[in-house]
Design a protein around this ligand. Structure first.
Ligand code: FUB
Length: 327
């Protein structure tokens, strides 16, 4: 099934897709999304409706070419440590190898992050037998810096279980901080040279307001919820993420990939559907935002569709806010 991409329209219509991680590999845009299942089960705050079982990879030669579906590249049944819910993945290239990073629940119901490898950006991918030691929660995003150092950013509230790891080990009963306390930040860990393990224990990233104070847990328009992404632009690291309950994509900036980051503003206003998840990539001298909404299913939260639009920076590095439904 092929389809010529148009901004703010579904890129893929023969499957439900979400959480698009876009990368330029071998001169093309490759998309690594979640593959939403077409089921009519219940929808809850734990995210049980996101019951995905496999990944497909897509590519575009450019924005005038059809989107190519490279087929199923990894299935739950082939991942020994995983029991269910293949959520938002990401990919990276290093050591002449393509790496697919993905979260799933282990056999105890705890979200972990795994890695699979391939000689091709289009897969198929072979999973490592176990999850990355010391990994937890969801939404891995891997940023390889100009010096070759690779960082994994991850973490998500609620169904993503980040609240449960505040003491460093999993506590099923743990809840998030009070509204007046600093919000939980995403985690970051440097990846080992072979990209298969963490070099150090994951650290929490601080996101600060314009006065240098931590963004508070009750500040739901700005606090971190899930879906981190880091890109580098004009000497600044941009950490962008979803605010979950307020359904925005926002960003913060730092001179250091490990932070602290200072909150800057909104990239994307709320879309149709509960979740919002994105990536940002430069292709042929322009910058693009890949995101999803639920327009293809007319609003069913777990039947999403991937879209793209161009992203614009002002001269001072501010990202212009996008309303994806503006005329
Ligand atoms: O697709 C399942 C989950 O929904 C992702 O991991 C979150 O980022 C949200 O998009």
């Amino acid at each position: 099934m092929t389809r010529i991409p148009k901004p703010n329209e579904p890129l893929i219509t023969h499957l439900f897709t979400a959480d698009p991680s876009a990368h330029v590999f071998e001169g093309k845009i490759y998309l690594y999304p979640s593959h939403d299942l077409d089921h009519d089960g219940p929808d809850n705050d734990n995210g049980d409706q996101y019951a995905m079982e496999d990944y497909h990879i897509f590519s575009l030669d450019n924005f005038e070419s059809p989107v190519v579906d490279h087929g199923e590249v990894l299935h739950l049944k082939d991942i020994p440590w995983a029991s269910k819910q293949l959520w938002a993945p990401d990919a990276a290239y290093k050591n002449d190898t393509y790496y697919l990073f993905f979260p799933a629940r282990d056999h105890d119901g705890i979200f972990r992050i795994g890695v699979a490898t391939s000689a091709s950006p289009a897969g198929p991918f072979t999973p490592e037998p176990d999850y990355i030691p010391g990994s937890f929660s969801i939404d891995p995003a891997v940023f390889v810096d100009d010096d070759g150092e690779a960082y994994m950013y991850f973490g998500g509230l609620w169904g993503g279980q980040l609240e449960k790891w505040q003491t460093g080990s999993f506590d099923q009963e743990a809840e998030g901080p009070d509204s007046g306390a600093p919000a939980l930040g995403p985690r970051v860990a440097r990846l080992s040279e072979d990209m298969l393990s963490f070099q150090d224990e994951p650290a929490e990233i601080s996101i600060l307001d314009e006065h240098g104070n931590p963004i508070l847990a009750g500040d739901e328009d700005r606090r971190y919820f899930e879906g981190p992404w880091v890109h580098h632009y004009n000497g600044w690291y941009y950490l962008s993420y979803s605010t979950g309950t307020t359904h925005k994509l926002v960003y913060a900036v730092s001179r250091n990939p490990l932070g602290p980051y200072t909150f800057k503003g909104t990239i994307l206003t709320p879309v149709i559907g509960w979740t919002t998840h994105h990536s940002i990539v430069e292709f042929q001298g322009k910058w693009y935002l890949f995101y999803h909404d639920c327009s293809l299913s007319e609003g069913v939260n777990h039947k999403r569709c991937v879209k793209y639009t161009e992203l614009h920076y002002d001269e001072d590095g501010t990202i212009r806010t996008i309303d994806p439904y503006a005329a």
